[in-house]
Design a protein around this ligand. Structure first.
Ligand SMILES: [Mn+2]
Length: 275
């Protein structure tokens, strides 16, 4: 199931993530059905796209609370369907991630693909800024694993070290053991939050906070294949695409990324929530 969440209220530099879900869905029409790595057409299982969610603009705290209620309701009717949320800005991710933390009583890791750790206590006057999303998650669980990080503050680095979090920096992805480091840090159940600025801006320029030196397509595919193979991926979100007119490769790349996730999920079983 695809859950479009075109929420944008706190983006700091490049704006336009509110147009992300529509651009991804539009681009998805041009993704080939057949996946040569899986030797199947994952879409034959059926991919249901839900209507866009309109969250309140009366502040991000209320909006995220609203999304949490909605996501909890969705989980009660979704059964074992794999849900991919499409942002929108990254602040939306705490709602689904923490829904899974509560549902699985903490027995789930949050795997964050990102250039940034997003563990600021507060940013631009709110604790619900997209740059604080993972700090809000850390208030409820320490099972967070980062990959692709290459831009953080001293304060953020301290949070990572003090809480003993596994963080694979982008420069460390050039070493051979980086995928094993991620896998070793994950619990069996995994929720994936994928900020598209994980990728190098040469691959996806259309994002609000591009950082050089990011992961390439095959880095993401290799890690995703390994995680879906070894773990039980319960859900995912893909955020921070900020589409630009005339530059269609970014939206298409994200659409294909989502389709690959759906394909991996279809091959390796679905979420098995315990209650
Ligand atoms: Mn980011």
């Amino acid at each position: 199931m695809i859950l479009p969440i075109p929420y944008e209220a706190t983006t700091s530099w490049g704006t336009g993530t509110r147009y992300g879900p529509a651009a991804i869905i539009d681009a998805s029409r041009y993704v080939e059905w057949y996946d040569e790595e899986l030797d199947s057409e994952p879409c034959q299982l059926g991919i249901h796209t839900l209507p866009e969610i309109t969250l309140t603009m009366q502040g991000p705290r209320l909006a995220i609370a609203e999304l949490r209620t909605l996501y909890d309701d969705l989980l009660t009717v979704a059964g074992d369907r794999f849900i991919v949320g499409l942002g929108g800005e990254h602040s939306i991710s705490s709602a689904p991630a923490l829904a899974w933390v509560d549902r699985l009583e903490g027995d789930v890791s949050i795997l964050q693909f990102d250039a940034h750790t997003d563990v600021r206590q507060s940013y631009h006057g709110t604790e619900w800024n997209h740059g604080c999303v993972t700090r809000r998650i850390l208030e409820h669980t320490t099972e967070v694993v980062f990959v692709g990080i290459r831009a953080q503050t001293n304060e953020e680095r301290k949070v990572v070290v003090d809480r003993n979090l596994t963080c694979v920096y982008a420069h460390e992805m050039r070493k051979s053991d980086w995928i094993d480091r991620v896998l070793n840090a994950l619990k069996k159940n995994v929720y994936i939050t994928f900020d598209v600025d994980f990728f190098d801006p040469s691959l996806i320029p259309a994002t609000g906070a591009p950082e050089p030196g990011g992961g390439d397509w095959w880095d993401a595919m290799d890690l995703l294949a390994a995680v879906f193979n070894e773990c039980n991926v319960v859900g995912a979100d893909v955020v921070e695409l900020s589409p630009r007119n005339g530059e269609e490769a970014s939206a298409f790349t994200v659409a294909k990324l989502v389709y690959k996730m759906i394909g991996f999920s279809s091959q390796h079983g679905k979420a098995t929530a315990t209650k």
